[in-house]
Design a protein around this ligand. Structure first.
Ligand SMILES: C[S@@+](CC[C@H](N)C(=O)[O-])C[C@H]1O[C@@H](n2cnc3c(N)ncnc32)[C@H](O)[C@@H]1O
Length: 194
């Protein structure tokens, strides 16, 4: 692997043609510095992981680690994950989506910017395959409560099963460590499309 840029995918409004041949595809939305993506990709070398974030330094960190560790089942996108879901991901195609510690947007007037909200939940449902999952972790009690309430809506309950779950085998990120140091409780949720 000579050039880490080979591992990037540039946004375009056309369906993704990776992985080829097709294999289970997972998204890591808002991967930060990428340690969770690296962990998942190494644990499941037969699967494909598309890591998406808008934060340039993190993109560099992840590309550098992929290169150093010669990991080939990850592609990295530096763009808005919602646009990717809307325009590059086929319906009923994803094996799973990780959204670990999404920005909490603390102020009530900013809640509409949160990733976990009804319109994006509908989008996720359309892109995730039957039996696939959306895994969410948060360290903010008010976001955790909002997630619980959102998925408890009758229409959502019919479309998803699952809820709060044990912490899966995932890397401890700097972000999560800081939350724990500051005494915040971390909640993991796994919702399965059905
Ligand atoms: C609080 S950080 C958590 C990072 C990482 N998942 C972790 O656990 O350390 C949230 C990340 O989501 C990214 N992000 C926010 N909105 C995004 C979007 N629409 N598309 C892609 N990434 C986004 C931010 O740039 C940031 O890196």
């Amino acid at each position: 692997m000579d050039n880490p840029k080979d591992l990037t995918i540039v946004y375009e409004a056309a369906l993704l043609n990776w992985p080829s041949p097709a294999t289970a595809l997972y998204l890591d939305i808002g991967f930060g510095n990428g340690v969770s993506t690296l962990h998942f990709a190494k644990a499941e070398p037969q699967a494909a992981f598309l890591a998406i974030d808008v934060h340039t330094p993190g993109v560099g960190d992840l590309l550098s680690e992929l290169h150093t560790q010669e990991i080939t089942n990850v592609r990295v996108m530096e763009t808005d994950a919602i646009a990717v879901l809307e325009n590059m991901i086929a319906s009923n195609s994803l094996a799973g989506v990780y959204t670990l510690f999404p920005d909490p947007w603390q102020k009530a007037r900013h809640h509409k910017r949160r990733i976990v909200q009804q319109s994006i939940l509908d989008l996720m449902h359309s892109r995730i395959a039957l039996g696939g999952f959306w895994h969410i972790a948060t360290d903010w009690a008010h976001y955790s409560q909002a997630i619980t309430e959102l998925f408890a809506q009758p229409d959502n309950q019919m479309q998803w099963k699952g809820g709060e779950t044990n912490r899966p085998d995932r890397a401890l990120t700097r972000y999560e460590q800081r939350a724990l140091d500051e005494g915040r409780l971390v909640s993991d949720f796994r919702f399965i499309k059905h």
